[in-house]
Design a protein around this ligand. Structure first.
Ligand code: ISE
Length: 338
């Protein structure tokens, strides 16, 4: 018990509360020792799921109290930087929910600060890399058993989004996941982005023009389309079809309870990313905890990956707002992240 990693969870909203429950009930070798949340009601509710955790209004107070060995950041992206900076200055390992920060310039500043340490300390919470089917698809691509990968057809569908969800969040909050997982699957970075608009869904919130179709060209020539659709009403789906020279693969198909009745056959499907990716989140956090305890600190996407994604999101937002094919240009990767 005394060897458990003491994790300070920052943010007790939907994902923070989910991670607090996860660490307490399903993750070996870690405890939630601190909950950093300015909303006292939320903090108290989350603390009920984390026996022994202390609550704080600011990360600095938790660090000064000496009660955290590692930090899990689960606030909205615009609040990441003010937590990343003191956590890095205290040399603490960090698991930061996506995005690393909201733009590439601030992400680069975080990379510069991190490079003052002896090794990478930040893992970014792109949980899809820990989904078993995504991992199998990546192995298939790398094996070339079905020949070279040519196309990826991605569907990313949410039942609905809140009124606070903006047009640019289609890219920065949602397609951000494909900007990470697609290069990881295909073994090649995003070279350019284009956005197309089909007929608007009349059920979309008034501020949104969606669904959108995001086209990515990868440096290795693979073409990717992403149907980004946030008002589908019926459920939550993230599915991919991979087209190879001599084969086809599909992941993310509904695999829930099958029922027959009233002359119908149906399969239960997810309604939220919290259940769709529950196992991936478990795997992500267990591996991060193991990595921190072993001294490796990171076992998954690092801040360089987060920076590359920020560049792709900027190209995506430009393509969304201005049209055309927008190139993604990145500097050379610092040796620190090799
Ligand atoms: C949400 O913030 C997520 O991260 C989900 O994984 C994604 O599917 C959804 O579109 C986002 O709004």
């Amino acid at each position: 018990m005394s060897n458990d990693l003491r994790v300070g969870v920052v943010g007790a909203g939907l994902m923070g509360a989910d991670h607090i429950t996860r660490i307490t009930n399903r993750i070996a070798g870690a405890v939630v020792s601190a909950i950093v949340e300015p909303d006292a009601g939320r903090a108290a509710a989350a603390a009920e799921d984390a026996p022994g955790a202390q609550t704080f209004g600011r990360i600095e107070a938790a660090i000064e109290a000496g009660v955290v060995d590692a930090v899990l950041i689960a606030t909205p992206g615009r609040f990441h930087e003010p937590v990343l900076v003191p956590a890095l200055e205290a040399k603490l390992p960090i698991l930061c929910e996506k995005p690393l920060t909201p733009d590439s310039a601030s992400s680069w500043e975080i990379l510069e600060l991190e490079q003052q340490l002896d090794r990478p300390h930040i893992q970014v919470g792109f949980m899809r890399r820990f989904d078993a089917e995504y991992q199998q698809l990546r192995e298939l691509v790398a094996s070339k058993d079905a020949g070279e990968l040519m196309l990826l057809r991605c569907a990313h569908r949410n039942p609905s989004v809140p009124d606070t969800y903006t047009q640019e969040m289609l890219i920065n909050d949602s397609v951000v996941h494909e900007f990470d997982v697609v290069p990881w699957l295909a073994g090649s970075p995003v070279a350019s982005v284009e956005v197309k608009f089909p007929r608007r869904n009349s059920l979309s919130p008034a501020q949104l023009q969606e669904p959108i179709l995001v086209l990515m060209k990868l440096e290795n020539g693979v073409l990717v389309d992403v149907e980004m659709n946030v008002s589908v009403q019926f459920g939550y789906q993230v599915a991919t079809e991979a087209v190879f020279e001599s084969g086809l693969a599909r992941i993310g198909q509904p695999s829930g309870l099958q029922t027959w009745g009233d002359g119908r056959f149906s399969i239960a499907d997810h309604t939220s990313f919290v259940t769709r990716f529950a196992r991936a989140y478990d795997e992500q956090i267990q591996r991060w905890v193991n990595a921190v305890r072993s001294g490796a600190l990171v076992d998954g996407p690092n801040s360089w990956d987060g920076y590359r994604v920020a560049l792709a999101c900027e190209a995506g937002v430009k393509a969304l707002n201005q049209g055309g094919v927008v190139p993604v240009e990145a500097p050379a990767r610092p040796d620190f992240y090799a």
